[in-house]
Design a protein around this ligand. Structure first.
Ligand SMILES: [Zn+2]
Length: 485
């Protein structure tokens, strides 16, 4: 079922996502290296990205190719001819005093308009419409000492200035912070599959959000530095606006800054209107013309995207729809699944372990799958140990955090800590006798109350650290009780 934004919905959120094209070797308009992370500040610069007088920009063709791929993946309409515009503003992060960007008014045409992203919200399909996609240069990075509003000085690193950036703007179709997270997760998975942007690189995906409530003024929240912060920032801003509305106060139209450390939004300035930027066409760059032949060539290079991968997994492996959605929510997760399938051919078992216990373990250890020590081969090995009756599912649940943390082989851990299932009757009987001697009252109770047997089974499971099958435990305990009587 498809649900578009309901008219009655109180909260309207639109997102502007800035995505760095991290697969490019050089910046958008010069030959400076894009590999700036962890490098000495202001060493990846040249007269062009420093905006020195007399320098001329030369467009990086690969950036256009990336932008076209993203536009195709987001079902957007690519424009035959597109222009760069100057967005004028006076701020040290852009030494030219303008940013070379694109504009969708005054004769400006961004590289693509329209499109949509489908997400899965509570088992319903939700469509978030895309307004436009534009190509622009990243400004320099400003580093503040502590919070922005009380920092005594600001440091500037121009290594980031001129990096290729895609701005992906949605219509205000998002109606909750959770939906925003799901949209961004899907967008991220699409970009990962295209291979154009590595979301794990610091600052490679940033967000600005527009939020309005009950038809009131729009507030723009800037500087949300990672997707993880988006839900937090939106939750705070919605609460702030709700409180104002409750007190009958006006929600001012303004730009606010998300302070990650204090987890609040703070007012920076009342919002500039678009006229303040005095947009006009960039005279030093010719229009880009994208022919049908060019687009066809890019179409041929398109890799498999999350939605078609999901359909393939459902078709090929018979994965339930929900499992396939979760598995393809990240490229690395889906790759891990398909790799594990090479060592264990039960898609349902593999996906269930990944979606429940593996995700939970990663969350508890606060680590990403990519950084953890578990490999597809090790996960498959663990599931095989359960299949072969060597360990119980319960033991496997205890084993998993250890594999994720240390990368040890499941078989070795089982051997070292003797976690194999106890199947020998004599051995189980010995354990039962020990349970009986420690729980004489419960043994007496079984004469009147059958529930007491369950208590004894529980004690046996505890004593054996879950290494006895509960059904067999129940059976043997009943046999032993009969002998006593
Ligand atoms: Zn440069």
């Amino acid at each position: 079922m498809q649900t578009l934004m309901s008219e009655k919905s109180e909260i309207r959120i639109g997102l502007e996502t800035h995505v760095q094209l991290t697969n490019l070797k050089t910046k958008l308009f010069c030959d400076c290296s894009t590999d700036y992370r962890g490098k000495t500040p202001n060493t990846h610069t040249c007269p062009v990205c420093l905006g020195l007088p007399g320098t001329l920009p030369v467009l990086n063709g690969k950036a256009v190719e990336d932008a076209v791929m993203v536009a195709l993946a987001l079902n957007s309409k690519i424009q035959e001819q597109t222009l760069f515009f100057r967005k004028n503003y006076f701020y040290p992060d852009m030494p030219k005093n303008y940013q070379i960007s694109q504009y969708d008014k005054a004769g400006g045409v961004p590289i693509a308009i329209g499109g949509f992203v489908t997400t899965q919200v509570n088992h319903h399909e939700k469509i978030v419409r895309i307004r436009r996609i534009q190509l622009e240069e990243d400004p320099a990075k400003l580093v503040h000492l502590g919070p922005i509003d009380i920092s005594p000085y600001t440091l500037i690193d121009y290594n980031r200035a001129g990096i290729s950036l895609l701005e992906i703007v949605t219509e205000p179709d998002i109606s909750s912070p959770k939906e925003a997270r799901l949209y961004l997760q899907k967008l991220q998975s699409i970009l990962e599959h295209l291979g154009v942007s590595n979301s794990r690189a610091e600052g490679s995906m940033r967000c600005d959000a527009n939020i309005s409530m009950a038809g009131g003024n729009r507030v723009e929240v800037k500087n949300i530095s990672s997707f993880k912060e988006v839900e937090r920032a939106l939750n705070f801003e919605i609460m702030r606006q709700k409180n104002l509305i409750l007190k009958d106060l006006e929600v001012k139209m303004e730009t606010r800054h998300w302070d990650e450390a204090r987890r609040v939004t703070i007012s920076l300035r009342t919002k500039e209107s678009e006229e303040d930027y005095r947009y006009f066409p960039e005279p030093n760059l010719p229009p880009i013309t994208l022919t049908e032949e060019y687009l066809n060539n890019v179409r041929k290079m398109m890799p498999e995207l999350p939605d078609s991968r999901k359909r393939r997994l459902i078709r090929q492996c018979g994965l339930p729809h929900y499992n396939a959605t979760v598995i393809t929510s990240s490229k690395y997760f889906a790759d891990f699944f398909e790799e594990t399938m090479k060592f264990h051919r039960d898609p349902k078992k593999v996906s269930n372990w990944m979606m429940t216990d593996l995700l939970k373990t990663l969350h508890n250890q606060n680590v990403e799958l990519e950084d953890s020590k578990i490999t597809p081969r090790k996960l498959a090995e663990m599931i095989h140990l359960i299949d072969d009756g060597v360990i119980s599912g319960k033991i496997a649940k205890k084993l998993l955090p250890q594999i994720v943390e240390t990368g040890q082989s499941p078989r070795e851990i089982v051997k070292r800590y003797d976690l194999t299932r106890i199947t020998a009757r004599e051995e189980i009987k010995e354990l039962v006798e020990e349970v009986f001697s420690k729980n004489e009252k419960a043994v007496q109770d079984t004469l009147k109350d059958d529930n007491a047997v369950n208590y004894l089974v529980g004690q046996l499971m505890r004593l054996s650290s879950g290494r006895v099958d509960p059904l067999i435990a129940n059976q043997i305990i009943r046999e032993c009780l009969k002998e006593i009587k």
